[in-house]
Design a protein around this ligand. Structure first.
Ligand SMILES: [Zn+2]
Ligand SMILES: [Zn+2]
Length: 377
């Protein structure tokens, strides 16, 4: 695990910053590094995660106290309370989050914040595009940060959302039922942890609006039918500085009329006339990259024999390796013979004994058939 930066340094505040100062610093930085404003910028994305993590701890008085005392260790391996149920460090809140967090819809807890929803889209590309790689513009209907209120949800941008009086910003309330405490989302603020007095009209106070977004997706060379590409942070906006979801692009590759694919290898069935296969020849074959190349077909080539063209297949994803191309020969028997062709073939067929050497397979097969009828096999 990489060394963690001090949470106060992450939010660029002093160690004695007030709750309001923390909130202001967080909002300013979250806006700046929000994935919606920094699409495809990995550095901004990790910075955004850092900011959220730091804020998650420092906004909570109990967690902040634990952090001041134990540093990052307070939240690693279950914190100082792990194993011993030492309520002194992480406090009751953390224990509850550990016990109920997953049940209540995510460990993020602290205010009912959740990441934006993940989105799925399907993109169909041609066989040739899968070979070269391609950039595709796709339109994704999604929720994005409301520009009218900068994602605050408040009609008056300068008016900070008020902390919910019922849950004091926790987003959930606890009630004792017999022996147990039961936690549920706060009914006053619907789990958001705060109230907006004058909601933004564009987004009805949610901080996000529905919008068609156009995203360019780089589909790498060598992609296979059914591949799923994840673009982190390109899903639905989470609203109010919460991380966006991810976008999953499912790639479908159209079949090709003359090429078949198996992994990185490409197969092409090439018909060769009976005479060519018997005498030997050189044929010109197509390559997936659009070029053509010559292949020597030696005399006596049979149907099903294949010839390898090294490195003429697909790129292997995340590697510099390439597959091969295989030319699969199919010997074609002539139909609709002319009179002259027929005579030549009849002459060629002539004496069966002449074929014993040239057609070892048929000779071998028919001698086995003879044995079979004679009861020897
Ligand atoms: Zn509330
Ligand atoms: Zn709005």
């Amino acid at each position: 695990m990489a060394t963690k930066i001090d949470y106060y340094a992450v939010l660029e505040i002093s160690r004695d910053a007030s709750g309001d100062e923390i909130k202001r610093a967080y909002r300013k930085l979250a806006m700046k590094y929000h994935p919606d404003r920094n699409q495809g910028d990995d550095e901004a994305e990790s910075k955004f995660k850092e900011i959220n993590e730091a804020y998650d701890v420092l906004k909570d008085e109990q967690k902040r106290a634990a952090y001041d005392r134990f540093g990052h260790a307070a939240f690693e391996g279950g914190g100082p309370g792990a194993g011993g149920f030492d309520f002194g460090g992480g406090g009751l809140g953390d224990i509850f989050e550990q016990m109920f967090g997953d049940m209540m819809g995510g460990r993020r807890g602290g205010g009912g914040r959740r990441a934006g929803a993940d989105l799925q889209v399907q993109v169909t590309i041609t066989f040739a595009e899968a070979f070269t790689g391609v950039k595709k513009k796709i339109t994704v209907p999604t929720r994005v940060i409301c520009e009218s209120c900068d994602g605050t949800g408040s009609a008056d941008k300068d008016q900070q959302p008020e902390t919910c009086p019922s849950c004091h910003g926790a987003g959930k309330v606890r009630a004792q039922q017999g022996f147990f405490f039961v936690e549920r989302p706060c009914p006053t603020c619907h789990g958001s942890g705060h109230l907006i007095r004058n909601p933004c009209k564009e987004c009805q106070g949610t901080g996000t609006v529905e919008k068609n977004r156009s995203i360019e997706v780089a589909i790498p060379a060598g992609v296979e039918d059914g591949t799923r590409i994840r673009i982190s942070g390109a899903g639905e906006a989470g609203g109010k500085g919460v991380p966006a979801g991810d976008l999953y692009v499912h790639v479908a590759v159209e079949p090709h009329p003359i090429f078949q694919r198996d992994g990185a290898n490409v197969y092409c069935r090439v018909p060769v006339r009976m005479g060519q296969a018997a005498l030997g020849t050189e044929i010109e074959v197509p390559v997936v990259d659009g070029s053509r190349t010559k292949v020597k077909i030696p005399a006596g080539t049979q149907t099903g024999e294949q010839f390898r063209l090294r490195g003429k297949g697909f790129s292997v994803l995340r590697s510099s390796a390439r597959g091969d191309m295989y030319i699969q020969v199919v010997v074609e028997t002539p139909r609709h013979l002319s009179k002259q062709q027929r005579e030549l073939l009849e002459e060629f067929e002539g004496d069966a004994a002449d074929h014993a050497k040239g057609s070892p397979e048929s000779t071998g097969f028919f001698s086995k058939v003879k044995d079979f009828f004679e009861g020897k096999l």
